[in-house]
Design a protein around this ligand. Structure first.
Ligand SMILES: Cc1ncc(COP(=O)(O)O)c(C=O)c1O
Length: 413
């Protein structure tokens, strides 16, 4: 008889679930299937040759170090590089402000581990990043949804929510996953001021910042916070309430699993303790690779290639949506990133549509799970980074067909 694991699982695992949608999406692995469901970068832009050359240099010049255990805080030259770049952006940072993590997903998990007590609230704008919810729910987080529109979270409505003292505010300021929305410039400053006034930390999750297709970069929340603090405290090293998370996943390769946090040294110290129990440290070799490619300026040039490619894919998707989707359906126009968000007419359920779409060999992710408080059943996420423009045209036409059929069925009922 099989061992009865069910009875052994800790109570906290009750908050872990694999969704029915994930089961549905297993079929997308078949050949000829067009999937807009995943969140994957384009494999065509992975710089395999440059990574191979850098790996050889590292193994030749510092092979033993690359294969050895390292400090939990991360590879010091990489931390120093991150600190230097943040300092140039106006956030006075030293290595003590930086922790290298195993992807920014680990940073989200570690922040939940050290900041969330069972029953604590996390303030999120919806729809929000599913894997952040997954990470924090295990620690017993509940969610408060802040109202948001196509300019991001509505800061004019935040006061009463902040007075209830959430554990932190979670915010993706640029081309957020899943909706592709960017937080407006004036709201960034307002959000930071409000959070500081109420003594509520902000987790600024910013993996897509470098994937901007048009318009100028907007200041990070941590930059606003540093400026505010400099005016009040004259501090020489950032010690404020914003934790800034970023990653090499989108501009280099997600398989390397190298990300970072910039935050107050006190918070970094606690994160280091939490990380020790998780994985001791992020893979030394991968950190050295990321450092090598970032330091040489290669990544800045490479970013232009990615942006050119993703912009063409976004444009192909926007054009295909305009051609193929029936009236009454709306979608976001992201200025960067990897996703856009579709709103179906009220009463149409994206999960029902997914079943029809799968029969047509095309898939997406229904929007409901991105809403921790419920709702969003008539919404869905489309990824454009992982399909060529031609595949996007074919896939969106199939989806448009499925949508038309479902709408007609809904009308005739
Ligand atoms: C909003 C957001 N945060 C964090 C992550 C995690 O990225 P990684 O762990 O690869 O750095 C992702 C990945 O898709 C994301 O979309």
């Amino acid at each position: 008889m099989a061992f009865r694991w069910e009875q052994q699982f800790a109570a906290r695992t009750a908050h872990m679930s694999s969704s029915a949608i994930r089961e549905l999406l297993k079929v997308t692995e078949q050949p000829d299937f067009i999937s807009f469901a995943g969140g994957l970068p384009a494999p065509e832009v992975f710089p395999v040759a440059e990574v191979a050359a850098a790996a050889q240099r590292i193994l030749r010049d510092a092979g033993a170090q690359a294969l050895q255990y390292g400090a939990t805080e991360g590879y010091r030259p990489l931390r120093a590089l991150v600190a230097e770049r943040m300092t140039c952006a106006g956030v006075p940072a030293s290595v003590e402000n930086v922790l290298i993590t195993t992807g920014s997903q680990q940073a989200l998990d570690l922040l939940g581990k050290i900041l969330v007590d069972r029953g604590d609230h996390v303030l999120v704008d919806t729809p929000t990043y599913l894997a952040a919810l997954q990470a924090w729910s295990v620690y017993g987080a509940a969610y408060v949804e802040a109202p948001a529109d196509d300019q991001g979270v509505r800061t004019d409505a935040l006061g009463p929510l902040l007075r209830a003292r959430p554990a932190f505010i979670y915010c993706q300021p640029n081309f957020q996953n899943p909706a592709g929305v960017t937080l407006a410039a004036e709201r960034r400053e307002a959000l930071v001021r409000l959070a500081a006034r109420h003594g509520v930390p902000i987790v600024e999750d910013d993996p897509y910042r470098d994937l901007r297709f048009e318009g100028a970069d907007l200041p990070r929340l941590i930059e606003h916070d540093a400026r505010l603090r400099a005016a009040q405290t004259h501090e020489e090293q950032y010690a404020g309430g914003v934790s800034y998370l970023s990653t090499f996943s989108k501009i280099l390769a997600p398989g390397l699993r190298v990300g970072w946090v910039v935050a107050a040294p006190e918070l970094i110290g606690k994160l280091v303790q939490a990380k020790q129990g998780a994985d001791l440290h992020t893979a030394t070799f991968n950190q050295m690779l990321a450092y090598e490619l970032a330091r040489s300026g290669f990544l800045e040039r490479h970013r232009e290639t990615i942006v050119r490619e993703y912009r063409a894919r976004r444009d192909a998707m926007l054009a295909a949506l305009a051609d193929s989707f029936p009236e009454g359906v709306t979608w976001t126009h992201p200025a960067g990133g990897m996703f856009l968000w579709v709103r179906l007419p009220e009463g149409l359920d994206a999960e029902d549509l997914l079943r029809d779409a799968i029969a047509q060999q095309v898939a997406f992710v229904p929007g409901a799970p991105f809403h921790p408080g419920g709702g969003g059943r008539n919404t869905l996420r489309l990824n454009f980074s992982n399909s060529s423009p031609e595949t996007i045209r074919v896939g969106i036409a199939r989806l448009g067909e499925a949508l038309r059929t479902r709408r007609e069925a809904a009308v005739s009922v």
